[in-house]
Design a protein around this ligand. Sequence first.
Ligand SMILES: Cc1cc2nc3c(=O)[nH]c(=O)nc-3n(C[C@H](O)[C@H](O)[C@H](O)COP(=O)(O)OP(=O)(O)OC[C@H]3O[C@@H](n4cnc5c(N)ncnc54)[C@H](O)[C@@H]3O)c2cc1C
Length: 515
Amino acid sequence: MERTLSHRIKARKAQSSPPPPVETDDAVLSSFLSDAAHVPGGFAAGVAFPRSEAEAASLVAQATRVLPIGAQSSLTGGATPRGDVVLSTRALSNISSPGGDSVRVGAGVPLKELQRALAAVGLYYPPVPTFDGAFVGGTISTNAAGAATFKHGSTRRWINAATIVLANGDVLDVVRGETRASDDRPFEIELTTGAVLQVPVPTYVMPDVPKLSAGYYAASGMDLIDLFIGSEGTLGVVVEATLKVIARPKRIAALIRCADDKQAVAVTSALRLEAQSAWRGLGPLDVAAVEYMDTRALRAVSDDAFSRAGVTRPAGQSVMLLLQIEITGDEESALGRLQSVLTSAGVEDDPHLALAGDDRGAERLFNLREAVPSSVNAIVAAAKQAHPDVEKTAGDMVVPFDRLSESIELYRSTLERHRLDYAIWGHVSDGNLHPNVVPQNFDDVRRGREAILEIARAVVAMGGAPLAEHGVGRSALKQQLLLELYGAEGIEQMRAVKRALDPEWKLAPGVLFAP
Ligand SMILES: Cc1cc2nc3c(=O)[nH]c(=O)nc-3n(C[C@H](O)[C@H](O)[C@H](O)COP(=O)(O)OP(=O)(O)OC[C@H]3O[C@@H](n4cnc5c(N)ncnc54)[C@H](O)[C@@H]3O)c2cc1C
């Protein structure tokens, strides 16, 4: 009996409520027409700010097309409206008193606020993307990952439960472990009308990589909650979630100059091994993250940003690595071990360190890392002034770690063959890098797209994925990459899931694939 029921779940009605007002005033709307991808031409039927599950459900039930949004930090145009009613989650901002190993939060809580509330009671939520202004609901919907995914995994691993408003306004309380696919039968969702939605379980094979934000999750025996995580607003609106949390770790940040890519890859490989030993209790060097900034990325950063970090601009072909080291035992032993790894790899300079407790020092180093994307984005914005068609053109590639050197070579040779200026940075401990085109005009953007597509095909052939953490959104290029990854049959399986849960194609239409 239990087995028969395991793939079935019952939706419930939200409390009865009128929908929240839908603002159509241009002065209010204008700040919701774009996301961090800065794709032009966003337009919306209105924007609403539901303050409760009941208001969100009522809005969704009555609307004909809805785009749920968080902080609009999407890099894919996924949070740029195209005529939808924008459902801003920002008023769903409740944080229940955190304690133990979980916390219940509203979808509209920015991660920065969440970390502040958790820090006050010595807790921490690990899977934070580099941009900590992102909202909890947005990060669940994109299965966001970040620097420390290497140790802690992506958002998916940290979601115990989610409350989701379905396309008809019914509410689903999905708790991990309670609703699982069985014998490849579809999930069954019983609506409050008595109708039963048959939601097929996709059968395409996901690449074996540490992070992936590439459409719907698929695995035999999968948990229903995993279908919603990473679905980019297309299957339901997340209104609340229960997140796993841990005791706040003490952390060292270390910035290291490497002579070149070869040395940086060698250091990262050695640090990964040290970390894996530490996780088995066999060493002191518990590295949670290694971030990489290549020569060209560092060149884009201003002298001011270097001096604010108290770091000298590196010369020649140097690249930089920024480490997060968690201290579980003795800080001195971890630092001693770090020094021997660096010496063995031939690293000449001493690292810049921010020791545990030196939050200001750590922030200075993290700000330097953050200056990389913001400096490159500023160059793109400047080019856009002269050529309005110019837009951010970047890859979000992940490869199995043993293909890392080869992948860096691939990014450089492809971009150079296409005669493009570029910069590369990212979460190197996961094999996840962001080759970014630095365009001067639209022709660079056009050739950049060709280069990214070519790189993506080679990355897929290496067993990697071209959609590691930012998602697919409404970007034509990223939708093409999704097709490259799973083929037409895979996309058709995703569309079947969408049709089952949202037959009127009401939620985030045009995200992931065309309606
Ligand atoms: C400087 C910078 C650095 C970044 N670094 C990283 C990084 O390290 N790792 C990473 O993964 N990403 C990164 N990103 C991308 C971005 O921060 C993430 O994709 C983030 O998860 C988006 O959250 P958001 O709240 O801004 O969501 P939005 O951008 O508002 O929305 C993103 C998508 O989720 C859907 N959505 C939002 N809220 C809900 C909800 N409650 N229910 C259902 N669907 C919803 C939207 O419809 C949209 O499709 C970065 C972005 C910037 C600007």
